[in-house]
Design a protein around this ligand. Structure first.
Ligand code: SAM
Length: 285
């Protein structure tokens, strides 16, 4: 076991839990990073996937007495754990009706952690149906997202894998940029931040921070800076042509042609893509 992990309080609670639990060893450092701010606070924490209750006991110790710890499982035997001070709901995480009833009873929650069935529909349903009911400042965490790459049992990789859904959410939150000229969606209005760890994805919810972006200026003058983005290639040649033919003269028809060739033309893309391809190859190896 990694030395740093051994010293984490969450790991100690895991090891000393009176009931059986299995977690991946890298998860504890992630838990400390994303959960430490909620310790000893009055929060509602929900875990999907209760099994023997080992992790529920770990969360109970970690978050402290003020936290309400709720478990969800398809297995009716999990109900027994209510005598340990948890609220247990029996139901299917892929079922919209289950979530409707759950949130009708519980109202908004702070954190929901999915350690349930790990299939695409199960993980996606957790995020989709829970998103409206997470308090600002809260999180949705999906564990074992490595299943998005596994064929056996999980039918992945697939266009509809959980990780592809998560990547779509990344695209979606970019709608907050006016440059995209797209309407804000329910996702882009709620999810402020997405973090990817190995086999864990964390969505941080904060509707107050999810506004349509805009450019802001300070009071100083722009003295000399112009964007040299398009001068990366053939910069010197452009300057020469400019001096000779007045390329920068706005009325020059040549300017339009040159701009097309140098700015919006395929040439740049082709030259860039040759370099990018090499980098992608290294990434994929
Ligand atoms: C990996 S175990 C949970 C382990 C537990 N969190 C721990 O660390 O000790 C997965 C649990 O998810 C439950 N589960 C599987 N599919 C489910 C579904 N569709 N809805 C709710 N629970 C489900 C299983 O019954 C099982 O108890």
């Amino acid at each position: 076991m990694n030395k740093n992990t051994k010293n984490l309080s969450i790991f100690k609670f895991f090891k000393n839990s009176k009931k059986f639990s299995i977690k991946w060893s890298s998860y504890f450092q992630v838990y400390e990073k994303i959960f430490s701010e909620y310790r000893n606070k009055k929060i509602k924490f929900v875990e999907i996937g209760v099994a023997n209750g080992g992790s529920l006991l770990m969360w109970q110790k970690y978050f402290g007495k003020k936290a309400k710890i709720i478990g969800i499982d398809l297995n009716p035997k999990a109900k027994k754990l209510e005598k340990n001070g948890f609220k247990i709901y029996i139901g299917n995480q892929s079922d919209k009706n289950f979530w409707d009833n759950f949130y009708k009873k519980e109202g908004k929650v702070d954190i929901i952690l999915d350690d349930g069935g790990h299939k695409n529909l199960q993980q996606i349903s957790t995020v989709h149906y829970s998103l409206p009911f997470i308090r600002d400042g809260g999180k949705i965490i999906v564990e074992d997202t490595g299943t998005s790459y596994i064929k056996k049992e999980f039918n992945n990789p697939s266009r509809y894998s959980f990780m592809n859904y998560a990547k779509n959410i990344i695209d979606n939150i970019h709608r907050r940029s006016p440059l995209l000229k797209k309407k804000l969606s329910f996702y882009s209005k709620k999810i402020f931040l997405v973090e990817f760890f190995e086999s864990i994805v964390v969505f941080s919810i904060d509707s107050k921070k999810c506004f349509q972006n805009k450019e802001v200026y300070n009071k100083a003058q722009n003295e000399w800076a112009i964007d040299y983005r398009h001068n990366e290639y053939f910069g010197k040649l452009k300057m020469k042509l400019d001096r000779k033919y007045g390329l920068l003269n706005k009325r020059s028809p040549l300017r339009r042609i040159i701009r097309k060739i140098f700015y919006r033309n395929l040439i740049f893309n082709i030259l860039d893509n040759i370099k990018i391809k090499k980098i992608f190859k290294e990434l994929e190896n």
